[in-house]
Design a protein around this ligand. Structure first.
Ligand code: COA
Length: 262
């Protein structure tokens, strides 16, 4: 994405944190296929830059994070085309889940269908008290197609995941917090600032250790918790870094650590 112009998203960078805004408020930020391509390009080409340390995802406006995949774009798809649409979304959302840098979803309103699946791909979710979430795909004769059947089940277990999918009903922010889908719920005006505060707290930690935690937790998801040998290897790798020496030394010297990502 060399010219950095987008149709359906906006990006901004502040204090090494890239904020990616889904920018289609008149359609409640519904995820048009071009929007997904743009998100993909950002995670492929911009997020890996050394100058970017973390990412916040948010929706434009005060009503929605994203009200789902663009239902209009579903019309007229052949089965093969629908499968490709799902695979492309899965591939982009996997890049988010696998991003070596922390990704926070600032869920500022409705996160439905693909919008919830996008939030689920992030590592942390900070939500507005007005947020509502759900997987209403069954009302459209569909299943969630961007990883939601897997990620939601991993996060909340089979019973609650099936509750959302089979009833197609939304739950409110406090219920989502209780279920562990949201990490925190704040007043609507505080969603972005709280997400930034969390991000800056995360970025105080050693970058290699952060990257390894994200990778190991994802590994647990993929392998059903069979990643103990990987965890031990990572522990060994982390202990060979300068940041490990700095972190342990700083603790013993009662001072804040200065990490270099080495
Ligand atoms: N795809 C395409 N367009 C969408 C959309 C989606 N997923 N969600 C909302 N929109 C559009 C509406 O069609 C409407 O467009 P219009 O003004 O041109 O008619 C606009 O966004 C505003 O939505 P509207 O339904 O009028 O807002 P509301 O406040 O009455 O209802 C929701 C809000 C979220 C309850 C409702 O929009 C909704 O149910 N959306 C679909 C949710 C869904 O099924 N998502 C899963 C998709 S896989």
């Amino acid at each position: 994405m060399s010219d950095l112009t987008f149709t359906y998203i906006k990006i901004s960078i502040d204090q090494d944190v890239l904020t990616l805004t889904l920018n289609r408020p008149e359609k409640l930020n519904a995820l048009h296929p071009i929007m997904i391509q743009e998100i993909d390009a950002v995670f492929e080409e911009i997020v890996p830059l050394d100058s970017i340390k973390g990412v916040i995802l948010i929706g434009e406006g005060d009503k929605a994070f994203a009200a789902g995949a663009d239902i209009k774009a579903f019309q007229g798809l052949t089965s093969e085309e629908a499968q490709i649409l799902s695979q492309e979304g899965q591939s982009t959302f996997l890049k988010i889940a696998q991003c070596a840098k922390p990704v926070i979803a600032a869920v500022n309103g409705f996160a439905l269908g693909g919008g919830l699946e996008l939030a689920l791909a992030a590592h942390i979710r900070i939500a507005s008290a007005q947020a509502q979430i759900g997987l209403p795909e069954t009302t459209l004769g569909l299943v969630p197609g961007y990883g939601g059947t897997q990620r939601l089940t991993n996060l909340v277990g089979r019973g609650r995941a099936l509750q959302l999918m089979l009833t197609a009903q939304r739950i409110d922010a406090s219920t989502a917090l209780e279920w562990g889908i949201f990490n925190a719920v704040v007043s609507p005006s505080d969603v972005l600032t709280t997400s930034k505060t969390w991000m800056l707290q995360i970025l105080k930690q050693a970058p290699i250790a952060l990257r390894e935690c994200i990778r190991l937790v994802l590994e647990a998801e993929l392998s059903g918790g069979q990643a103990m040998p990987e965890e031990a290897k990572s522990f060994g790798r982390c202990s060979a870094t300068s940041d490990f020496i700095e972190g342990t030394t700083a603790f013993l010297e009662k001072r804040p650590p200065v990490f270099k990502g080495k």
